[in-house]
Design a protein around this ligand. Structure first.
Ligand code: PRX
Length: 635
């Protein structure tokens, strides 16, 4: 196993090497893994075509590196500890040997169902160990997993299934989430009315909810997987063969299937995990994310298991049965490395610190943050109350597209500055550009964040539409990957990410395209047009604010109307994208070319009615006064 960076000096040396000789740098990292065949070439890249290849012609299977590789030395070490939603239910621990067996059984079951290398498999599941096993089973068989967060609606699920033609879907009867039970199989049934591609559905019994099994299509999980052999020879994958697709929102209405590779993703997921968290053997690590998001893929499953760590999976929510649940779990499992999102911290900050102080948190060594900028107040609360001022906080900046953490302190090594994701990991070359695309090379500058050189875990394409990948990420600033984020760099070269500069909003760390929400709202027959923007929200980071123009003569109550609009969003996307505020207006601020001036709407949403900036390009300046008079409904 590779050593990790253990001093700031060493970080600087390693960074320098990674810039001066990236091929040698990454080759050394890749050599630590087991490959069926060594690569012929470390990296080739053409950003103009959005083409990048890492460890070309290398052959491997990521699950052999995440599981089999550890069996000789630590077969009986816990690999996954699963903590259920309800604290009175028993937690479960699975050793590396046991995870290996479970993964092989599912791989055999999938093969019997006809799943082959390259097929897409959709997973729409609760946060149960079977989700982790099934994800790895897909990788073992060479099938491409597409995990869809189980909070998305039937419509959103159907779109994701159809986009990459999944022929099989793995799901459960339901999911427990806090005090709620979500009937997943019912949602799947509705989705499948619109998905002709799906041949099979395999259903796990998690909640004991009666479900309808459709003859010839639906099967019970245990029937298919339980009696299989616990051995499965892993498929030999090309380094560039897709490992997974994960859908994420962009500035258009249609989410895109971000496609990741096998070899490069593996190398970077492990390298970043080990170094950022400064993982040491026997550390117990817990990332509170859901496997339905990239954080769960890279830092619940792949990164920690590749490093041979013990990773904790949690089925529930931070506030159930009370606001002490996270800290109770930290105490119970003696968590050393803890990784969560600012929105969770802010939600818990609202409760008494008694919920924290009644637990012994002395095992904690490192705290992590991901998903959105962490405000200084939350940073200090986390540092003081959870870390007792002795745990470094790693504010990790990255994206679904980057596959792994790109800018972050290394715990205990990089000097911290609250609010700053700090410095790039070795191998990562961030640049700040102005609106014209000029690179700002000095410190103390502000602009848009791009990345100059390829890194192993970067996205390879957007499923089924490579042009979209090119135009979204590589056209804006030729020769660079454009992140969509704004940022500044301080005098010491530290990066502070300020948020999205495109039409993407980040709600509780979840990304939504404004167009995606507008499309859903516009489905209401009495809506003529809508414009959605993000506004500052105490807990969610950004809330969703919708300005809606309705049919003239629409007379129903605004409360009822706003409820119906919210229902449309829940139907088309899911409850996670519900607008917080809806304002009924008679017009929207548009330029002469018909473009909505969101800048003005953002100011109006913040209650800033006077300093609206330049309004001279508005087609109808009077529209501002009419918007101010619009009735506002807060959900
Ligand atoms: O705006 C940035 C924000 O989250 C976006 C990526 O969202 P997603 O692909 O869903 O991945 C989230 C988990 C990696 C980024 O473009 N973001 C993520 N981490 C941070 C952040 N913003 C500021 N600071 C961070 N640490």
């Amino acid at each position: 196993m590779l050593r990790k960076i253990d001093s700031f000096e060493q970080y600087k040396t390693e960074y320098k090497t990674s810039v001066e000789n990236p091929e040698k740098f990454w080759e050394e990292k890749a050599e630590q893994f087991e490959w069926h065949r060594k690569w012929a070439n470390v990296v080739s890249c053409n950003f103009n075509e959005a083409e990048t290849r890492w460890f070309e012609n290398g052959k491997l299977n990521i699950t052999e590196n995440a599981l089999d590789r550890h069996l000789t030395t630590q077969a009986n070490k816990p690999a996954i500890i699963w903590e259920p939603n309800n604290p009175s239910d028993q937690h479960k621990t699975f050793t590396y040997k046991e995870v290996h067996s479970e993964v092989c059984k599912i791989a055999n079951g999938l093969r019997n169902l006809g799943v082959k290398k390259g097929d897409r498999v959709c997973l729409y599941m609760p946060m149960v160990p079977e989700l982790a096993f099934a994800t790895l089973a897909c990788a073992r068989i060479g099938a491409i997993h597409s995990v869809v967060f189980a909070g998305f609606s039937a419509k959103a699920l159907a779109d994701r299934i159809n986009d990459c033609s999944c022929k099989i879907i793995l799901t459960a009867d339901g999911a427990f989430r806090g005090s709620k039970t979500i009937e997943l199989k019912k949602i799947v049934d509705t989705a499948l009315n619109h998905c002709e591609v799906v041949e099979r559905t395999v259903v796990l019994n998690r909640c004991g909810i009666p479900v309808q099994l459709k003859e010839g299509r639906d099967l019970w999980w245990e029937q298919i997987f339980d009696n299989q052999s616990a051995e499965f020879t892993a498929e030999s994958m090309d380094s560039e063969d897709p490992l997974f697709i994960l859908y994420t929102s962009g500035s258009t209405g249609k989410p895109k299937g971000v496609q990741h590779s096998s070899g490069g993703y593996m190398v970077y997921a492990e390298y970043s995990f080990r170094n950022v968290f400064q993982y040491e053997e026997d550390d117990i690590y817990w990332c509170t994310a859901d496997i339905g998001w990239i954080t769960g893929h890279s830092y619940i499953i792949y990164g920690p298991l590749l490093a041979g760590a013990t990773t904790v999976m949690f089925e529930g929510v931070p506030t159930f049965p009370n606001a002490g649940r996270f800290w109770e779990i930290c105490e119970k499992h003696k968590i050393n490395l803890f990784y969560t999102a600012p929105t969770a911290i802010r939600a818990l900050q609202a409760y008494s610190t008694d919920f924290v102080n009644r637990h012994n948190l002395s095992s904690l060594k490192v705290l992590g943050s991901v998903g959105e900028p962490i405000n200084e107040e939350a940073w200090h609360w986390y540092h003081k109350n959870i870390g007792k001022e002795k745990c470094p906080i790693v504010d990790t900046w990255w994206q679904t597209e980057t596959g792994g953490i790109l800018i972050s302190p290394l715990a205990g090594i990089t000097p911290l500055k609250p609010g700053y994701a700090s410095l790039p990991l070795p191998g990562i070359q961030p640049v700040i550009v102005d609106s014209l695309g000029n690179e700002l090379t000095e410190n103390e500058v502000e602009g848009n964040l791009c990345i100059k050189r390829p890194w192993p875990s970067m996205l390879r394409s957007t499923w089924g539409d490579h042009e979209r990948c090119k135009s979204t990420y590589f056209k804006t600033y030729p020769g660079m990957y454009f992140t969509g984020d704004g940022c500044n760099r301080d005098i010491n070269g530290y990066y502070r990410i300020t948020g999205r500069v495109d039409d993407v909003i980040n709600v509780s760390g979840h990304r939504f395209g404004t167009a995606e929400i507008e499309n859903a709202i516009n489905e209401h027959p009495d809506v003529i047009e809508s414009a959605v923007i993000g506004f500052p929200h105490d807990i969610k980071g950004q809330g969703i604010y919708a300005f809606v123009i309705t049919q003239p003569g629409e007379t129903g109550s605004n409360d009822l109307f706003s409820k119906e609009i919210i229902e449309k969003v829940v139907e088309f996307i899911g409850p996670i994208a519900k607008p917080d505020k809806i304002q009924f207006v008679s017009g929207l601020p548009k330029t002469r070319s018909g473009k909505i001036m969101r800048r003005i709407l953002r100011k109006l949403a913040k209650g800033n009615h006077h300093d609206l900036g330049d309004t001279s390009t508005l087609l109808d300046p009077n529209v501002i006064d009419s918007i101010k008079l619009g009735i506002l409904i807060e959900a």
